[in-house]
Ligand binder design. Structure first.
Ligand code: ADE
Length: 251
């Protein structure tokens, strides 16, 4: 089994990269694809950079050139559902491009010709990721992230949620947009800028995919400040901890 793993940002990927062994790095189109061993499993790890085009092109190269058996996207998201708090983790059961609009109101979000609004992720990957996140939160999280940061971000006992993740080429930091998204997207949990693009590429290649996101901010008027601090001090630990628990538990 070969796992394709994508993160958008350097801060999110750096600890995973430092844990990889037997590495071969291949540069394609300004992306470094690192093929090697991570926690005992064969992995190709790559930083996509930010946004739907960057992540779709990265996922396409990853699948076409390295033929992973599945693709997992890890990173941060802004929580929109009122039940979400900073430090909670969302596993996306479906992904939608919230900025896709061809001008026909009842078809908002629908991808022309595919006729799909919501791309489903792989149920068994999702279940394994839910277990991995729970293990990380209960075991290693407090060793990795110093108490002062947990206090600063208001993280006590993070919860794991499953729901819709909406992606668009916008950092959402506005109360009005936040409310619009919550009203228009079915079962919306959180927003980010890559997942649905990767889910569409995986759908078209028929490769199972999953998206796991730790909540860094509340996608409202305060988001810019929270986000930078959180990514710097906490996101990399959540990403590594989750992927370590996930890959270690895989056969
Ligand atoms: N990633 C993390 N927080 C986000 C936000 N508020 N909007 C879009 N992408 C994000």
């Amino acid at each position: 089994m070969k796992y394709g793993i994508i993160c958008a940002m350097e801060e999110e990927i750096r600890l995973l990269l430092s844990d990889m062994t037997d590495c071969t790095v291949t540069e394609i189109a300004h992306r470094a694809f690192t093929h090697g061993t991570l926690y005992g499993k064969e992995v190709v790890l790559v930083q996509s950079r930010i946004g739907k085009v960057a992540s779709a092109s990265t996922a396409t190269t990853l699948i076409d050139r390295f033929a992973p058996d599945c693709v997992i996207f890890c990173g941060t998201a802004g929580g929109v559902a009122p039940s979400l708090h900073v430090g909670d983790v969302v596993i996306g059961d479906k992904l939608v491009q919230h900025d896709f609009d061809c001008g026909v109101p009842e078809r908002i979000f629908e991808i022309p010709l595919l006729g799909i609004k919501y791309f489903k992720t792989d149920a068994s990957l999702n279940q394994a990721l839910v277990n991995a996140v729970k293990n990380y939160i209960n075991d290693e999280m407090r060793n990795d992230i110093p108490d002062r940061y947990l206090k600063e971000f208001g993280i006590q006992s993070p919860a794991v949620h499953t729901g819709t993740i909406a992606s668009g080429d916008q950092f959402i930091c506005d109360n009005e947009k936040n409310q619009w998204l919550y009203t228009h997207v079915n079962d919306l949990a959180c927003v980010e800028m890559e997942g649905a693009a990767v889910a569409q590429v995986c759908y078209e290649f028929d490769v199972p995919c999953a998206v796991v996101r730790v909540i860094s901010d509340s996608a409202n008027d305060d988001s810019n400040v929270d986000f930078a601090r959180f990514v710097e001090e906490a996101a990399c630990h959540f990403t590594r901890g989750t992927m370590k628990a996930f890959l270690t538990a895989q056969k």
